[in-house]
Design a binder for this molecule. Structure first.
Ligand code: NDP
Ligand code: OXD
Length: 309
């Protein structure tokens, strides 16, 4: 089997090493050294150049090097008949939940206010609600959102979640569909976005959603930058409708130097690090699918191209 590797990150040597540990006979070709394109059976890719995947006539599987697959659907010539699989890695899930818990706890314990007070040498106690009085809403109850929601509930927060399909998760109030979104927003003091980016979810973090949230609420966006309508966030922060935003993902990455988010006192910026792909553990998910492909068995973590996730 010949495998094509393409990534915008300089990680091919590490991936070659990790895959060879499990599949020593695997022939991995790193773009642009593809050799005979007819020999490529599978591709593992991150942000492939539009048009690239269509050049392999015998491609049988496309693996995303991340949990998200929106980077693939940007390609108008993506070969629609080829199954797409994505990364589901317990290590990544734990990392994401760590990030979400860290940021929710910082917002809950008013870290931004105390940091600002320290700058001014102000010794002032802020009223502090208990976790049980803080309502946290998680948009997206999949692999990542589901784990984060469960762990937030363990900390005692009042947790709810929003998904496309109806869910019953112990200790988590569940909402679904567009009809469930306003009620979900109304009970979210802190709202975490862990949705995939699709045509339906693009721009979901907008003025209407912010207006439905309790005054002084906060958002954490770890999904994708295009979930957020940036000017609506700035306006909601200026009006006091929202008190803070934690952003890990952006419409343009790296975030341009002149972008107002860098200097906004109520915005926390991190450089798309909430849950990075970790080759040693992520390789296991890819190896399992390569073995299944070779054996003609059903693939795992297959994306539904009509839903785009
Ligand atoms: P999943 O596919 O497992 O879960 C997606 C969830 O979103 C599901 O609960 C799904 O509902 C819900 N959803 C999708 N579309 C809609 C919709 N239109 N309305 C309501 N709910 C919807 O994805 P993951 O949890 O694995 O990953 C989520 C995203 O996190 C990734 O796509 C990626 O963009 C982002 N990510 C960010 C990282 C970072 O470092 N910042 C790292 C890794 C991922 P249902 O359950 O009903 O299908
Ligand atoms: C991913 C990401 O989708 O890192 O895995 O954003």
């Amino acid at each position: 089997m010949a495998l094509l590797f393409y990534s915008t990150m300089d990680s091919s040597a590490q991936w070659r090493h990790e895959l060879a540990k499990h599949l020593p006979d695997l022939e991995m070709r790193v773009w642009p050294e593809t050799g005979d394109v007819r020999e490529i059976d599978a591709a593992i890719v991150w942000k492939p150049k539009p048009g690239l995947l269509a050049t392999f006539p015998n491609l049988k599987m496309i693996c995303s090097l991340g949990a998200g697959v929106d980077h693939l659907f940007l390609d108008p010539s993506l070969p629609r008949q080829v199954p797409i699989v994505r990364l589901v890695d317990p290590y990544m899930t734990e990392a994401m939940s760590e990030y979400v818990l860290t940021q929710v706890l910082c917002l809950h314990r008013q870290d931004l206010i105390y940091r600002a007070q320290q700058q001014e040498q102000v010794w002032r106690e802020q009223p502090q609600p208990n976790a049980a009085d803080r309502r946290v809403g998680v948009l997206g109850l999949g692999e990542l959102g589901g784990d984060a929601a469960r762990k937030l509930a363990v900390f005692g927060f009042k947790v709810s979640g929003w998904s496309r399909s109806e869910k019953r998760l112990p200790g988590i109030e569940s909402f679904h569909g567009s009809q469930g979104l306003p009620a979900f927003a109304r009970r979210s003091d802190i709202l975490v976005c862990l949705l995939p980016l699709t045509t339906e979810t693009e721009g979901v973090l907008n003025a209407r959603l912010f207006a439905a949230m309790p005054k002084g609420g906060a958002i954490i966006n770890v999904g994708r930058g295009r979930h957020l309508v940036e000017e609506d966030l700035i306006a909601a922060l200026e009006s006091g409708q929202l008190s803070a935003a934690v952003l890990d993902v952006f419409r343009e990455e790296p975030l341009p130097a002149a972008h107002p988010f860098w200097r906004h006192p109520r915005v926390v910026v991190t450089p798309h690090v909430a849950a990075a792909t970790n080759a040693p553990t992520a390789a296991l998910s890819i190896v399992e699918n390569l073995r299944r492909l070779a054996a003609g068995k059903p693939l795992l973590n297959v994306v539904d191209p009509t839903r785009q996730y």
